[in-house]
Design a protein around this ligand. Structure first.
Ligand code: ADP
Length: 164
């Protein structure tokens, strides 16, 4: 089983095998954590993403990490919250699951996730935290996964989900 740790910080500063990016379906960079990852990784990241031709919601694609202290970046577009009856829960679960699969395929032992979809995409935080924790802790690979929470409300929500 994956070993999950919840920490507070900036995901672009970590040294891990894989950093997960809460991307958009174009993979061309955006605001929030996506913008921070693109700025920290450098312009080569956008060139690499361009070649991937986008990514459907809930799936996950890999690039090198360029200037980040990681081997790879796993880009996954989480769902935009549209009230909860548009398959949002399943799509969010798929984002975590497909990212963990890409990490496994690339022999990653340490993986850092941001809180996918709970920023601009407006997914309710407690609900997202529960899905993330369940999906990560039931993944059958003994890797170390860090949930990297940018603010204290996010940190508290994932801590609580982990303790339940
Ligand atoms: P989404 O579009 O999937 O909602 P956002 O980037 O808007 O993605 O937000 C996802 C989460 O990432 C939010 O909790 C936001 O505060 C957080 N975030 C923003 N910048 C960083 C960063 N440098 N490191 C970790 N988390 C970050």
């Amino acid at each position: 089983m994956a070993n999950l740790q919840v920490i507070q910080g900036d995901i672009t500063k970590l040294r891990v095998d894989a950093i997960v990016n809460a991307a958009n379906t174009s993979l061309r960079g955006g605001g929030g954590v996506d913008g921070a990852i693109h700025r920290a990784a450098g312009p080569e990241l956008d060139a690499a993403c361009r070649k991937l031709g986008g990514c459907p919601t809930g799936e996950a694609k890999v690039t090198p990490a360029f200037n980040l202290n990681a081997k790879i970046i796993i880009h996954t577009p989480g769902p935009i919250w549209r009230g909860g009856n548009n398959n949002e829960d399943e799509l969010l679960k798929n984002s975590y699951l497909n990212s963990l699969k890409r990490a496994t395929e690339n022999d990653c032992q340490t993986v850092a996730f941001p809180s996918i979809s709970t920023g601009v995409y407006d997914f309710p935080l407690e609900r997202a935290a529960k899905i993330a924790v369940e999906t990560i802790t039931s993944f059958q690979n003994p890797m170390t996964v860090q949930m990297v929470c940018f603010d204290s409300a996010t940190y508290n929500a994932y801590k609580q989900a982990l303790n339940e």
